[in-house]
Design a protein around this ligand. Structure first.
Ligand SMILES: NC(=O)c1ccc[n+]([C@@H]2O[C@H](COP(=O)([O-])OP(=O)(O)OC[C@H]3O[C@@H](n4cnc5c(N)ncnc54)[C@H](OP(=O)(O)O)[C@@H]3O)[C@@H](O)[C@H]2O)c1
Length: 290
C-alpha cells in the first residue's frame, strides 16, 4: 500500500460512488508511436504503470483503441489483480483503421463488442466507468448520443458497467446524454491554451459531475508558452507542473489524466502539480487561453 496517497496534489473526488485521486494517469501514449503497436520500451511501460500505483494514483484512463489492445494489456500485465482502490476508466465509440485513424464505432453491436474486449483485455468482470466517445478523430461533431448511450445503459443494467461518462462532446450532447442516463464524467480536450469548455466546466461543477481534460499538457505537442515559462521560472517550478497546478486550481471537479512514458516526468508532475498559484500567477496564465 502506498505511503504517498494522502499527499497527492488535489486530494480525491468521488466518481459515481468510486473515490479516485484527482491526480490520475492517462495511459494512451504508453502504446507505440501514433498510439499503434507495442511500446518501444515494453518493460519501461510496465514500470511506469507500477509506479503510478505506488505513488497512490487511483485513476487510470485507457481505451481498447490504444494500440489497439496494447495499453489495456499492459495495464493488466503490470497491475492485475488490481488493488481495490484502483479505478480503470475506459472508453468506447471509436476503433483503429489500418492507417492509424480513429473511425467511429457506435452501432449497438460495435459497442457491445468493445465492452466485451475491454473486459477481456483488462481481465475484469465489470468496468468501473465507460466513456462513450463521440465525434471523430478530428474532434467534436454534432449528433445525438442517444442510441449509443441507450446500448451502454443496457449493459450497465446487466452489471458489466458501473458508471457512464461521455467524451469528445459538445455541451448540447452532454445535456442530451444526461437526459438518458446518469453521467458521472465528461472527458474533453481542455488545457491552459484551449479553453472552449469553460462554461461547461462550471455548470458540471455545480451538478457534481467530473470534468476530465484530455491533452492537459497539450497532447502530442506539449504546451509551449512564454507566459507559462515565465510563471514557472518565477515560482521555481516547471511549465508542465504549472499547467497541471492551474487545472487543479481551476475547478474542484477537474480530474487530471496527464500522460507520460517517463518515470521522471511522472514524478515531476506529481511533485509539481500541488504548487499553489497566486492571483497574479493565475491572471498571467488565464491570458494564455484568453
Ligand atoms: N477522450 C479522448 O478522445 C482522448 C483523446 C486523447 C487523449 N485522451 C486521454 O488523455 C490522456 C492525456 O493525453 P496525452 O497523454 O495524449 O497528452 P498530455 O497529457 O497532454 O501530454 C502528454 C505529453 O506530455 C509529455 N510530458 C508529460 N509530462 C512531462 C514533463 N514533466 N515534461 C515534459 N514533457 C512531459 C509527454 O512526453 P513524455 O512521454 O516524454 O513524458 C507526452 O508527450 C491520454 O493518455 C488519454 O488517456 C483521451
Amino acid at each position: 500500500m502506498s505511503t504517498f496517497t494522502a499527499s497527492l496534489p488535489g486530494g480525491t473526488w468521488t466518481l459515481g460512488g468510486l473515490e479516485v485521486s484527482r491526480f490520475g494517469y492517462g495511459a494512451m501514449q504508453l502504446a507505440g508511436p501514433g498510439v499503434m503497436g507495442p511500446p518501444p520500451d515494453y518493460d519501461g511501460a510496465l514500470a511506469i504503470l507500477r509506479d503510478v500505483v505506488e505513488l497512490g494514483i487511483t485513476h487510470i484512463d485507457t481505451a481498447e483503441a490504444y494500440g489497439p489492445h496494447i495499453t489495456n494489456s499492459l495495464i493488466r500485465e503490470a497491475l492485475h489483480p488490481y488493488p481495490g482502490t484502483l479505478h480503470v476508466v475506459t472508453k468506447v465509440g471509436s476503433v483503429r483503421d489500418d492507417q492509424g485513424g480513429w473511425p467511429p464505432a457506435r452501432k449497438p453491436d460495435q459497442l457491445r463488442r468493445a465492452v466485451e474486449e475491454n473486459l477481456e483485455t483488462l481481465g475484469s468482470d465489470v468496468l468501473d466507468l465507460v466513456n462513450l466517445r463521440m465525434g471523430d478523430g478530428q474532434g467534436t461533431v454534432p449528433g445525438s448520443p442517444a442510441d449509443a448511450l441507450e446500448t451502454l445503459a443496457e449493459l450497465q443494467q446487466q452489471g458489466v458497467i458501473r458508471h457512464l461518462g461521455v467524451s469528445n462532446v459538445l455541451p448540447e450532447q452532454v445535456a442530451e446524454a444526461r437526459s438518458i442516463a446518469p453521467i458521472v464524467s465528461v472527458q474533453n480536450m481542455y488545457n491552459l491554451a484551449f479553453r472552449r469548455d469553460d462554461e461547461l466546466i462550471d455548470s458540471l461543477a455545480q451538478d457534481g459531475i467530473a470534468y476530465v481534460p484530455f491533452f492537459p499538457l497539450g497532447g502530442f505537442s506539449p504546451l509551449q508558452s512564454r507566459a507559462l515559462s515565465a510563471v514557472a521560472a518565477r515560482r521555481g517550478s516547471t511549465p508542465m507542473s504549472v499547467a497541471l497546478a492551474w487545472l487543479l486550481q481551476r475547478s474542484p471537479n477537474i480530474l487530471l489524466i496527464p500522460g507520460t512514458s517517463s518515470v521522471a516526468h511522472l514524478r515531476e508532475n506529481v511533485a509539481g502539480a500541488g504548487l499553489v498559484l497566486s492571483a497574479e500567477d493565475v491572471a498571467e496564465l488565464d491570458a494564455i487561453g484568453g
